[in-house]
Design a binder for this molecule. Structure first.
Ligand code: KDO
Length: 332
């Protein structure tokens, strides 16, 4: 049977084809673009997790467009860029959020989070909701999920023995630019020096700083072992990042796609968490093989000094009553 298309039939078929094409193009145009800016490298476990897991999981309704290495926005300016609508996502620190909301600095306090599981429990606990709501309302940023960065250790160019915070006196310790980071460097006993992450390798290489602090996977990924001599296992901060998305972008999605975005974020962050934990466990040996000396300090001396510094600080006075106790109660 041959299909005879009369004039009317041809018109109807053309319109139908055009609508389908238009809808197709429209869908392509309507796909939400999620530009993410972060200073970490493309080989960092958080980047790998987002590229391999998050992007593909949302591809039917959104285009994930990451910019690594701080190539789009400088470290610490990403949240403002989201609030201005210049990007839609970031991998932000509690310290950067504390720049806008001082009360958030409690989540950047040394020796507060015990481990990765504790970070997840705190992030999902009711105590977090007022903080999340305020950041969404005032900054237009939604804390989507939590990423495990790792236990921050002291990493020095010198081979001076470091047992207690007193041994760090006078050392120029690079810390990330935000105030809460600088405070942590001082609480550790050192002279904190603000250097953006992308400039850190050169700062170590030239000796403009005496050392830095980061988890072991970062020391390996950024090749700091090439320009430093020792690691002091202070574990002064079990560090985390928040994967964030602009509230405007979130609100533009259907409830179904919001649920898909949330699931994709949580699954990617869990994937990255497990890989980062695995790397962290094998890197004491791995970095010794790269020539670094790795020492255990007097942990109690560091813990009591850092916690006392926080409790005596203006930061702690901004912390809503009961939050520290509620966080501690969630530690297993
Ligand atoms: C850093 O600048 O030392 C830091 O570790 C701070 C973190 O909050 C985070 O910004 C991290 O850098 C980057 O993601 C690079 O790993």
């Amino acid at each position: 049977m041959t299909l005879k298309l009369n004039r009317r039939g041809l018109m109807a078929a053309t319109i139908a084809a055009g609508m389908a094409l238009g809808a197709g193009v429209g869908l392509a145009q309507d796909k939400l673009k999620l530009r993410l800016s972060s200073v970490n490298s493309v080989t960092d476990q958080r980047a790998i997790a987002l590229i391999e897991k998050f992007g593909p999981a949302i591809a039917d309704f959104a285009t994930f467009e990451p910019y690594w290495g701080g190539t789009l926005f400088k470290q610490g300016t990403e949240l403002e860029a989201i609030s201005r609508g210049n990007i839609e996502m970031s991998i932000s620190s509690a310290q950067e959020i504390a720049n806008f909301f001082p009360e958030f600095s409690v989540f950047s306090a040394g020796y507060l989070h015990r481990d990765a599981a504790h970070q997840v429990a705190v992030f999902n606990a009711p105590l977090m909701q007022p903080f999340k709501d305020k950041i969404e309302a005032d900054l237009g940023v939604k804390l989507l999920s939590i990423m495990y960065l790792g236990r921050r250790q002291i990493n020095l160019r010198t081979d001076k023995e470091i047992r207690t915070p007193a041994d760090l006196a006078g050392l120029k310790l690079r810390m990330p630019p935000s105030d809460a980071w600088q405070f942590l460097g001082k609480a550790l006993g050192a002279n904190p020096v603000p250097v953006p992450f992308p400039e850190l390798y050169t700062a170590l290489q030239t000796g403009s700083v005496d050392g830095q602090d980061n988890p072991l996977p970062t020391v390996m990924d950024a090749k700091y072992y090439e320009v430093t001599k020792q690691i002091v296992l202070t574990s002064h901060l079990v560090d985390l990042n928040y994967l964030t998305v602009s509230k405007k972008a979130w609100d533009s999605l259907s409830p179904e796609n919001q649920a898909k975005l949330q699931k994709a974020a949580d699954e990617a962050c869990e994937f990255g968490r497990q890989n980062q934990l695995k790397k962290e466990a094998e890197l004491v040996e791995g970095l010794k093989e790269k020539g670094l000396k790795i020492y255990e300090p007097d942990m109690e001396a560091f813990r009591t000094t850092v916690q006392k510094a926080y409790l005596d600080s203006d930061f702690s006075r901004t912390c809503p009553a009961g939050v520290v106790d509620a966080v501690n109660a969630l530690a297993k």
